[in-house]
Each structure stands twice: as structure tokens, then as C-alpha cells.
Design a protein around this ligand. Structure first.
Ligand code: ATP
Ligand code: MG
Length: 569
């Protein structure tokens, strides 16, 4: 490719809406352009990166025994109605009608489609195991599309689905996918970590997310300072803190005028915050949910969703609280009516003694509240959000928090979709059984953005060589100097012929301009050719990553040297 012909329009000014570095750099370096919020055109350089990631994904999927197919993007509503998700998917689903007013959606994911496909073709245990995948655009009308390709409304995903006879089969499919993902992100040159992820109602260790470690990540993860435990904070379990041993005192009400936050109450009463219990109120499709955690703890909404078996949580309104005979700012578990609200207490709360909490009356709190004696929650569960320096659930050492970008997820579905969609097979005894399924996603376009988030400096992108749009840029410093320019052109041809993806900057620009663009786009190697190249018989090669300059002798096998430099990047 010649830079004079390359469609990579670089920008001086970056639109203010580009908040994260990958978005800014992809716009500045001419990788993509916006069509609408969260919807982009990929220009040639970006497409090359995407194809490289896709090739790595395909090779590893094929190696793990998965087979590529391609399913429709436009999906009929009926299969989603059959699985029950047409209504629960909500506003995130792009919906459309055909000319006969039939309902369709643009696929946000393909569990329904693939299960419907497989159920009509797989009848016998002899056809199992089966694992199929596709690479395709997915559509999700995200509440907050942002950060460029990180959270798009149209984005590229690899999604795979495994079908097995039983749980042992699923376990081995899951393990194979987990290992394939580890190889994929390693080959992409990323610093990543698999973490335990929430698996909703299924529970257990049914899911892992692959997180690229980066400050701009929207996901929070914790990992143990001592053992190998790592989890998404949404999932991270917490053992209840030790039960307190104080003798229970007598419950009493105290006036707490205008003390609406737990900090204000504790300060007013001169109590340590660990002796208080605070409330967080949600509304769900099953009604009001009042959650109670220790005053210095936070509620983990995902755990609340799983505990109560609901699909949606939103903050409750003042009116909701008044209907349940409590008041904002003064909520407490004592005296709540279970037919008006689901009451969920964190495990730790149940081990507390003589705590202070709201009395469900304006300006009044209780002192000396004791669980069981004074109230019984609907559910007692771990609903607390893990905090930095909390104990690791496996070994008890302290955990550390970090930010991550979720680039992939593996998930054991078991029979959730096969039962809903009646996808059965006949076992050896002719008995009908539901297929045991897993699903496995890689965010291909998000992986490209994540690679930039992790690999950049003030001059631009630093592509890991395996996914760089091109590997080498040849820069003739003066295209008017015939001898050195001819040499540069010859070198360009030679590199191409030996299979190295190369670009030549043949523009009549000053070297400074060419160097700036080279750094911005992030070619792993830049070779400068000038009159000295010939007189000294040495090639000047700059490594984008370290900024190091290597001089390669033209009298030796410099093509092999270039290849080995690229292999080490
Ligand atoms: P998130 O929690 O970030 O919204 P998700 O868990 O809903 O993602 P999955 O359904 O697990 O996403 O999809 C598989 C992969 O697709 C994710 O791991 C992620 O890499 C990618 N992905 C999901 N949503 C988007 C999006 N809006 N834009 C780009 N990539 C996405
Ligand atoms: Mg996910």
C-alpha cells in the first residue's frame, strides 16, 4: 500500500465527545467515522485489524473443534416469544416490522436462533457433541452507547454455542473454549485476566469473563493478593463477618431530627458506623425490595437480582416507600410488612448485635436492634458489594480492585434454552433429553479498542504486531532523491514479496510529517531510507514500542532480521 493512495484521513482536532483514548486515536488516525451514536464505519486500517483479530479467533475456534456457520441477523419474534425473552429483553432490542406487520428484531445475540436451528437437525446422541460459531454484527440499543467501539449499538461479535448430552460434556466444551480464549487474547498481545463472572440464576462457577486490564474499563474486578482468585465485583462472594457476641439490649426509639444519611445519624448519636444498618430501596417486577446492609457497606444489585429472582431493578420512589409504610431516610427492617415489600438482609447484618437503624417514621431511629428477635427478613443472603481490602472468599488474604474491559465471556447455559425451546435429543436408550448448552462470546470490535487502550503513548497507537494493520512502514526521506527513492521502492517490493505487510510513504511531504503520521497509526516497524542508507549500507529501523533504533546491515540477511524483530513484538 502507498500512503498517497491510503484512505486513512487523519484529523488534527478530535471531537470532544471522544472521551477515551482508543476512540480519540481511531478518529485521529483515520480508522473509523461515526454514522450515528454507537454506529461506525470501519475504514481500511481498522478493517485490517478486525480481520486479523477474526483470523486469530477463527484459528483458535477451529482448533478447539468448533465449526463456523452464519445465521441471520434479522430474527422473527416467535422464537424470542417461545423462550420468553421477547418481553424481558426490553429497550435494548432493536425491533422492526416487515410489510405484513410481522415482528422481527436485529439479533443482539443468537441463543434462540441457534437452538431453533439445532433442534430441527440434531435428533440423536450420535450427533453430539456439537459446537458452532459465527462472526457477525450484533445490534443492541444500549442505554449509553459510548467510548467509540467499546460500547457500540452495532458491533462485531464472535458467538459460539456448544451442545452436549450431559453436564460432563458441557464441562469439557467449556474448558476447551476457556483455553481457546486464553490463546486468542494472548496471541492478540493483550494483558488480560479471566475472572469469575455472574451467571445469574444458574449460579456456581458457571461463567468467566476475559478482562483486558485498563483504567478506562467499565468493569470492576477484584483479585486476591495471595491466591489465584479473581472475579468481577458483581460476582465476588463475601463470607459473613464474625457474629458479634454482645448481650442484646432493649430496643428503644430515639429522635434523630433531619438525620437522613447513615453518616449523619451516627455522628448525631455518637455511634461508630459499624453499629448501624442502612437501607437501599428498589422497585422490581415483583414489587418493592428493601435491602439492608451494615452502614459502611454497599449493596451489590446483581446479588439482589439473583437472590430475589427478578429481572429488573430500579430505585424506588418516595411514593413506593410511603405505600409500604416506611419513609425515605428512616427505613429499617423492624415492623416492615412482608406483603408490602420483600425484605433482604445481608448475611453480615444477621450477625450484628444492638445496631441502630431507621424506625420507618420521620426523624426517628431505633437503638439496640437485634436480628431474629426484632425482625425476620424475607431473604438472608450475601448481597454486599466487595470492597478493596475485604478478605478473599477463598483464602482470606486481602483483595485488590482493578478496572477491566470485558472482551469475552464464556457461559454455561445448561438446559435454559433447550427446555424453553424444546430442543431435545434421544439418548442411547431412546429416551428424550434436553440438549445441554454453553455459549461463548468475543467482542471483536471491542477487542480492537481494548488493544489501543492498553497500548498507546502521547504520539499515538502502539499496535501489538499480531494485530497491526500493517507491519512495516518504509519512509523515503526525500522522494526527489532518485537513487535512495529507487532503493526505498525496491525494498518495499522485496518486503511485500517476502510476505511482510508493508506500506511506503511515497508522499512529497517533509520527513517530520511522515514520522508523525507513522507514530499516530502505530506501525510496529518504521524503516527510514535516505542517502546514508546506501553510502553506509545500513538500514535504520525504529521500533514503535520502545522507540529503539536498530541498524541492520544490508550485506546480511536483513529480511530475516526484520522478521525476527516482528516476532518479538
Ligand atoms: P457488557 O456487560 O459490557 O454490556 P455483555 O456482558 O452484555 O457486555 P455479552 O452478551 O457477554 O456482553 O457479549 C459478548 C461480548 O460482546 C462481550 O464480552 C463484549 O466483548 C462484546 N460486547 C457486548 N456488548 C457490546 C457493545 N455494546 N459494544 C461492543 N462490544 C460489545
Ligand atoms: Mg458479558
Amino acid at each position: 500500500m502507498r500512503v498517497s493512495r491510503l484512505y486513512a484521513p487523519t484529523l488534527r482536532e478530535v471531537p470532544a465527545e471522544a472521551e477515551v483514548i482508543s476512540h480519540q486515536l481511531m478518529l485521529r488516525a483515520g480508522f473509523m467515522r461515526k454514522a450515528a451514536g454507537g454506529i461506525y464505519s470501519y475504514l481500511p486500517l481498522a478493517l485490517r485489524v478486525l480481520k486479523k483479530i477474526e483470523t486469530i479467533v477463527r484459528e483458535e475456534m477451529d482448533r478447539a473443534g468448533a465449526q463456523e456457520l452464519l445465521m441471520p441477523i434479522v430474527q422473527p419474534a416467535e422464537m424470542w416469544q417461545e423462550s420468553g425473552r421477547w418481553d424481558v429483553y426490553g429497550a435494548e432490542m432493536f425491533r422492526l416490522n416487515d410489510r405484513h406487520s410481522r415482528n422481527f428484531c436485529l439479533g443482539p445475540t443468537h441463543e434462540e436462533m441457534v437452538t431453533t436451528l439445532i433442534r430441527s437437525d440434531v435428533r440423536s446422541y450420535r450427533q453430539l457433541p456439537l459446537n458452532v460459531y459465527q462472526i457477525q454484527n450484533k445490534f443492541r440499543d444500549e442505554r449509553r452507547p459510548r467510548f467509540g467501539l467499546m460500547r457500540g449499538r452495532e458491533f462485531i461479535m464472535k458467538d459460539a454455542y456448544s451442545f452436549d448430552r450431559d453436564e460432563a460434556g458441557l464441562d469439557s466444551a467449556y474448558k476447551a473454549m476457556y483455553e481457546a480464549y486464553t490463546r486468542i487474547f494472548t496471541r492478540c498481545g493483550l494483558n488480560f485476566r479471566p475472572v469469575e463472572a455472574d451467571s445469574g440464576a444458574i449460579g456456581g462457577s458457571g461463567s468467566h469473563e476475559f478482562m483486558v486490564i485498563a483504567e478506562s474499563g467499565e468493569a470492576e474486578i477484584v483479585f486476591c493478593s495471595s491466591c489465584s482468585y479473581a472475579a468481577n465485583v458483581e460476582k465476588a462472594e463475601l463470607k459473613p463477618l464474625e457474629t458479634e457476641t454482645e448481650e442484646p439490649g432493649t430496643v428503644k426509639q430515639v429522635e434523630t431530627p433531619n438525620c437522613k444519611t447513615i453518616a449523619a445519624v451516627c455522628q448525631f448519636l455518637g455511634l461508630p458506623v459499624e453499629k448501624s444498618v442502612k437501607a437501599v430501596a428498589y422497585k422490581s417486577e415483583k414489587g418493592l425490595i428493601l435491602c439492608f446492609v451494615r452502614g459502611d457497606h454497599e449493596v451489590n444489585e446483581v446479588k439482589v437480582i439473583n437472590t430475589c429472582g427478578v429481572n429488573n431493578l430500579e430505585m424506588a420512589s418516595e411514593e413506593d416507600l410511603l405505600n409500604a409504610e416506611t419513609v425515605p431516610g428512616f427505613m429499617g427492617p423492624v415492623g416492615l410488612k412482608h406483603d408490602k415489600a420483600v425484605v433482604v438482609a445481608d448475611n453480615t447484618v444477621m450477625g450484628m448485635r444492638n445496631f441502630c437503624c431507621g424506625a420507618n417514621k420521620v426523624d426517628v431511629h431505633y437503638l439496640n436492634v437485634n436480628p431474629k428477635r426484632d425482625f425476620e427478613p424475607t431473604f438472608t443472603a450475601d448481597i454486599r458489594l466487595i470492597q478493596e481490602s475485604d478478605p478473599c472468599p477463598h483464602c482470606g488474604a486481602k483483595v485488590t480492585k482493578a478496572k477491566g474491559i470485558e472482551v469475552g465471556q464464556v457461559f454455561k447455559l445448561f438446559t435454559k434454552y433447550s427446555e424453553a425451546l424444546k430442543a431435545n435429543y434421544l439418548d442411547e436408550n431412546g429416551k428424550e433429553k434436553p440438549l445441554v448448552m454453553g455459549c461463548y462470546g468475543v467482542g471483536v470490535s471491542r477487542t480492537m479498542a481494548a488493544a489501543i487502550e492498553q497500548n498507546n503513548d502521547e504520539d499515538g497507537i502502539i499496535w501489538p504486531a499480531a494485530i497491526a494493520p500493517y507491519q512495516v512502514l518504509v519512509v523515503p526521506v526525500n522522494v526527489k532523491d532518485e537513487e535512495s527513492n529507487n532503493f526505498a521502492e525496491g525494498l518495499y517490493e522485496q518486503l511485500l514479496q517476502s510476505g511482510i505487510e508493508t506500506v511506503i510513504d511515497d508522499r512529497k511531504e517533509r520527513p517530520g510529517v511522515k514520522f508523525k503520521d507513522a507514530d499516530l497509526i502505530g506501525y510496529p516497524l518504521r524503516i527510514v531510507v535516505g542517502p546514508k542508507t546506501l553510502s553506509e549500507q545500513m538500514l535504520e529501523v525504529k521500533l514503535r514500542k520502545s522507540g529503539e533504533i536498530r541498524m541492520l546491515s544490508l550485506k546480511e540477511d536483513y529480511l530475516a532480521d526484520i522478521r525476527s524483530l516482528l516476532n518479538g513484538m
